[in-house]
Design a protein around this ligand. Structure first.
Ligand code: 5RP
Length: 242
C-alpha cells in the first residue's frame, strides 16, 4: 500500500516535470507564422497541448510537421495545422523529447522507435529544442538510460549489423521485440530496431559516423551537436535550462 502510494507520488512528480518542460519550451520558442517540428513520446504531449492552447488564445498561425504516426495523431487531435517537409522543408523550430541528455547536450533518442524521422525533422529546424524530465539529465551518456542506443536497421540486415556492432565496438546489440514477444518492433518506416548496449564511453561523434557506415543501418539514436537548448522539468517544480 505504502509502496503503491510512493509509486503514484513519483509518477505524478515525473508527469508534472514533463509538463513544465513542454510548456516552457513552447512559451519560449514558438511565435506566430512558424513551421514547427513536433517530436514523439510522452513529454511532447504536454508541449502540443500548450501549443494548441496558445494557438487558440493568441490566434497563432503555425504549421506542424510530425516525426511519427503518434505525432501526426497528436497534431490532428489538437486541431493544429498538419504539414510536411515537402511543403515546409525549412522549419523555424523543432521540439522533441529525449531518453538521455549529456553535459554537452548530446542525446540518446529513439526509446519510442521514431529516431530516423525525429533526426530528419530536427536537422531541418533552425532551432532544435529538447524537453525532458529530471531523470534524463546526465553527465555522460549511458549513466541514466540503460536500454542502449537505438539503431534503425533494414530488416534483412539486423543480424549482420548486430554482429558488426559487437565486433567493431563491443557491447551487445539486441533486436527490439514487441511486448507480446510475437515479433520484432517495426518502425514507422517498416524497419527493425537494434538496441546497442555499449560497454564503455566512446567518442560519440566518431562512433555515430562509424555506425552509420555499416551497410543496413538507417540511422542511430545518437543526436550529436544538434540540440540548441534543453528544458528539464525538475522535481521541485522549477525548470532547469541548459
Ligand atoms: C521516441 C523518442 C522520445 O522522444 C524519447 O523516447 C523520449 O520519450 P518520453 O518523452 O516519453 O520520455 O525519442 O523515439
Amino acid at each position: 500500500m505504502i509502496q503503491r502510494r510512493l509509486f503514484t507520488t513519483v509518477s505524478r512528480m515525473v508527469e508534472e516535470a514533463k509538463k513544465l518542460a513542454g510548456y516552457a519550451a513552447v512559451d519560449n520558442h514558438v511565435k506566430n507564422n512558424q513551421a514547427i517540428g513536433i517530436g514523439s513520446g510522452s513529454t511532447i504531449v504536454h508541449a502540443v497541448k500548450r501549443l494548441a492552447e496558445r494557438v487558440k488564445e493568441e490566434n497563432l498561425n503555425v504549421f506542424c510537421v510530425p516525426t511519427s504516426f503518434q505525432a501526426r495523431q497528436l497534431i490532428i487531435e489538437n486541431d493544429l495545422t498538419l504539414t510536411d517537409l515537402d511543403r515546409h522543408p525549412e522549419l523555424d523550430v523543432a521540439i522533441d523529447g529525449a531518453d538521455e541528455v549529456d553535459s554537452d547536450l548530446n542525446l540518446i533518442k529513439g526509446g519510442g522507435g521514431c529516431l530516423t524521422q525525429e533526426k530528419i525533422v530536427a536537422a531541418c529546424a533552425k532551432s532544435f529544442i529538447v524537453v525532458a524530465d529530471f531523470r534524463k539529465d546526465s553527465k555522460n551518456l549511458g549513466e541514466q538510460w540503460k536500454k542502449g542506443i537505438p539503431i534503425e536497421v533494414i530488416p534483412m540486415a539486423y543480424m549482420p549489423v548486430s554482429k558488426a556492432l559487437q565486433g567493431q565496438f563491443g557491447g551487445v546489440a539486441e533486436l527490439r521485440m514487441a511486448i507480446s514477444k510475437a515479433g520484432p518492433v517495426v518502425t514507422d518506416n517498416g524497419n527493425f530496431l537494434l538496441d546497442w548496449k555499449f560497454d564503455k564511453v566512446h567518442d560519440w561523434n566518431t562512433i555515430n559516423t562509424a555506425i552509420k557506415m555499416i551497410p543496413g543501418v538507417v540511422d542511430t539514436g545518437l543526436f550529436i551537436n544538434m540540440a540548441e537548448r534543453v528544458y528539464f522539468g525538475m522535481e521541485d517544480g522549477t525548470v532547469s535550462v541548459r
